[in-house]
Ligand binder design. Structure first.
Ligand SMILES: NC(=O)C1=CN([C@@H]2O[C@H](COP(=O)(O)OP(=O)(O)OC[C@H]3O[C@@H](n4cnc5c(N)ncnc54)[C@H](OP(=O)(O)O)[C@@H]3O)[C@@H](O)[C@H]2O)C=CC1
Ligand SMILES: O=C(O)[C@@H]1CCC=N1
Length: 257
């Protein structure tokens, strides 16, 4: 399958990195075109994939992944539509350019997927929110099989895609802020920066693994950690007093809005 990636900033590069990790994908079959010739060359060199000079070369694509900014998406997809074939599948990750608009921009109703991935796709541990209403989102297409290699696919109705995008797509930024604050607070109390990050990051990974692998609820995990009259419950109390849960919920609400 020839995969052409359009736009190679944070998300385009993350998707390329994840694709390059897949055993069933050859780097020879991955092509990239970014906004500037230099950035195209840089990313192509970094991942040993093919740089593309101009959009016209996308005529050879079996799959196009659009990871350009929203305004660029709105101008470039109509141009792309006249270049690709009817068999080419287009996966667009531009947030807010939804399926009805994609149909309009591409002038077709099939062979398209609206998906909001998150940055951990670069290590094949992503959450990929896919609009379940389009034909290509069915589980057994080669493209969906490929995307499954990048992480867990969550198929949702169109009106809930923004919700999964906030909790899965945007939240890595919130989690990173939490990790940073946690490390800062350990540094504040005298721990070295490097060890502080190691502790915070491994704590997050271990906690996520436990929740996923053991299928226990977050509340149960919290109860397991907070010993009666112990230190953890004092920290929980402080988080509650400072509106931690409300702050997280408001952040997600604002992200969706
Ligand atoms: N970052 C994330 O976690 C997520 C992002 N998205 C979506 O991904 C898209 C890109 O976001 P992000 O990667 O963060 O943004 P960036 O600004 O990091 O990347 C944008 C990329 O688009 C390229 N570009 C600009 N104009 C063109 C053009 N005419 N042709 C080809 N490439 C072009 C830029 O190239 P150059 O640098 O050379 O100018 C750059 O590589 C957005 O639509 C966003 O909604 C979706 C989910 C998550
Ligand atoms: O910030 C954004 O708009 C994109 C969409 C989801 C994550 N990043």
């Amino acid at each position: 399958m020839n995969i052409y990636v359009l736009g190679a900033g944070s998300m385009g590069a993350a998707l390329i990195a994840g694709l390059c990790n897949l055993e069933n994908v050859s780097r020879e079959n991955i092509y990239v075109l970014s906004g500037h010739t230099e950035s195209t060359a840089k990313i192509a060199h970094k991942y040993q994939i093919n740089p593309v000079g101009q959009l016209a070369e996308f005529s050879g694509a079996d799959l196009v992944i659009n990871a350009t900014p929203v305004d660029v998406t709105r101008t470039i997809l109509p141009k792309l539509a006249s270049i690709i074939t009817a068999e080419t599948v287009v996966v667009s990750v531009a947030y807010g350019v939804d399926v009805p608009e994609l149909k309009q921009l591409l002038g077709r109703v099939t062979g398209l997927i609206y998906m909001i991935p998150n940055i951990p796709v670069s290590v094949n541990q992503g959450v990929l929110a896919v609009d379940s209403t389009v034909d290509q989102a069915s589980e057994d297409t080669p493209v969906m099989e490929l995307l499954r290699g990048l992480g867990q696919i969550v198929r949702v109705e169109a009106d809930l895609l923004d919700v999964v995008s906030a909790g899965g797509g945007s939240a890595p930024a919130f989690a990173a802020i939490f990790v940073e604050a946690l490390a800062d607070s350990m540094v504040l109390h005298g721990l070295g920066r490097k060890v502080a990050y190691q502790v915070a990051e491994q704590m997050l990974r271990g906690t996520a693994s436990l929740l996923l692998d053991r299928q226990i609820l977050p509340a149960q995990l919290k109860d397991l950690v907070a010993s009666p009259g112990g230190s953890t419950i004092r920290g929980v109390n402080a988080l509650e007093q400072h509106g931690f849960r409300a702050a997280v919920m408001e952040a997600i609400t604002k992200t969706i809005a």
